[in-house]
Design a protein around this ligand. Structure first.
Ligand code: FE2
Length: 427
């Protein structure tokens, strides 16, 4: 068992109660979560192999923000705010290649691939234009196994320190060298709050009943490993016993032959991994897809599911990929329907959330993290309209004051411990 499975950490989260039902319905809360949870978290944009040449770009649209990831002439990847410094027009859409500059479609201000403002039409009509201070706003960018992430509101731990040992776990899958599957940048719209989709991704408890096909196909490890940053992963193994379902049985048979050249440790392994706050990685012997949950409203969510695979493609491999996509499409469809049913139930008058199983441990952990960023989630009843932000501010101030008290108490104990050779078990 991985050393990151820290029992003390598991004990800490057993005390966490599920979020109240109103937390999945409130437009005011969503504003707060967007600022305090989504913007300060690492967001997946693309694979580095989607932007191999200078001028190649991919954009990511969040609820209120848009980001460009661009390969510079120096070979470096950078992330920019997707807004012209003149009047704010979105500069680029989707993905593609800029021939010489990034040019705004409004007044044709143009920028270097490295972000500096290059040209302003009729420049003399501006009084004292300081072009040096008008480069594109840059965001933090980091890659993990070739996957490109950005963070809009910075200051937290680095991507690679958050993901930690997961790099070693995923190394045999060769993610760094993968390429996008043809025409595979699907985006789905789910009619549920973003946290319903998130809870569902984090919950292994529903797999045996909610996903009968997946359960026939795989021996699912419903427990998971979790590191102190809330990054969790579990492994499923393709069952030896043939599934009665045609596509599952065909997958089992073909996978054995198609993956025989891959490292033994991953030939029959699917890994389901998660990084707070909203990114899943579903990794298969020869490919992977991202599961990124982005709020678009209190009861609507965009789920991004970009798919990548190894470059090689024998006939058998293409067959097994086709079957995996069929199986995954079914799993996603089941999840979407389940999430929309949950959203319907949560909206019922007086509904109160029930307890969580140990197989929902990552859900507990996520709720704990959300509460710490938005303590207003501790309120069992929905705050009166217009008061949510001020209640949250007050609770944050209380939280900071008690943290100061605890730290003062701890340093007092430490000082007394220095004088006392026996010390305290707390130390
Ligand atoms: Fe599911």
């Amino acid at each position: 068992m991985n050393t990151f499975t820290d029992l003390r950490h598991a004990e800490r989260i057993t005390t966490v109660k599920p979020l109240p039902a109103w937390a999945y319905l409130s437009p005011e809360l969503l504003e707060l979560e967007y600022e305090r949870v989504i913007l300060p978290s690492w967001q997946f944009v693309c694979h580095q192999n989607e932007v191999p040449a200078a001028g190649d770009y991919v954009t990511l649209d969040l609820w209120r923000d848009s980001v460009i990831v661009m390969r510079g002439s120096d070979g470096r990847l950078r992330a920019f705010q997707n807004a012209c410094r003149h009047r704010g027009a979105r500069l680029l859409d989707g993905n593609g290649h800029c021939a010489r500059h990034i040019t705004c479609p409004y007044h044709a201000w143009s920028y270097e691939f490295e972000g500096q403002l290059a040209r302003v039409p009729a420049e003399r009509t501006f009084q004292s234009l300081d072009k040096l201070s008008l480069g594109l706003r840059e965001f933090e960018l980091e890659t993990f196994l070739g996957l490109v992430f950005v963070r809009i509101a910075g200051g937290g731990p680095s991507l690679n320190s958050v993901l930690g040992e997961l790099a070693g776990e995923l190394a045999p899958f060769g993610i760094e060298d993968m390429v996008p599957a043809p025409a595979a940048r699907p985006v789905e719209q789910w009619n549920c709050n973003w946290k319903v989709a998130l809870d569902n991704y984090l919950d292994n408890y529903h797999v045996p009943y909610g996903h009968p096909g997946l359960h026939r196909l795989m021996d699912n490890d419903l427990a998971c490993t979790m590191n102190p940053h809330g990054v969790s992963w579990s492994r499923s193994t393709i069952r030896e016993r043939a599934s009665p379902n045609w596509s599952e049985r065909a997958y089992q048979g073909l996978a054995r032959r198609a993956f025989s050249g891959l490292p033994q440790s991953i030939r029959s392994t699917w890994m389901f991994c998660f990084m707070p706050v909203n990114i899943g990685f579903d990794v298969y012997p020869d490919g992977m897809n991202i599961f990124q949950v982005l709020p678009t409203g209190p009861a609507t969510t965009e789920v991004r599911l970009p798919l990548y695979h190894r470059r090689d493609a024998s006939r058998e491999t293409r067959g097994v990929r086709y079957l995996a996509r069929r199986i995954n499409a079914q799993i996603n469809h089941e999840d979407k329907l389940l999430c929309e049913r949950v959203q319907g139930g949560l909206a019922g008058h007086g509904y109160a959330a029930g307890p969580l199983s140990d197989w929902e441990m990552p859900v507990k952990d996520m709720h704990d993290r959300l509460r710490s960023a938005c303590p207003v989630l501790d309120c069992l009843q929905r705050p009166a309209e217009g008061s949510l932000r001020s209640i949250n501010e007050r609770m944050l101030a209380d939280q900071a004051a008690s943290a100061r008290d605890r730290s003062a108490e701890k340093s007092a104990i430490t000082r007394s411990g220095e004088q006392d050779s026996i010390g305290s078990p707390m130390l």
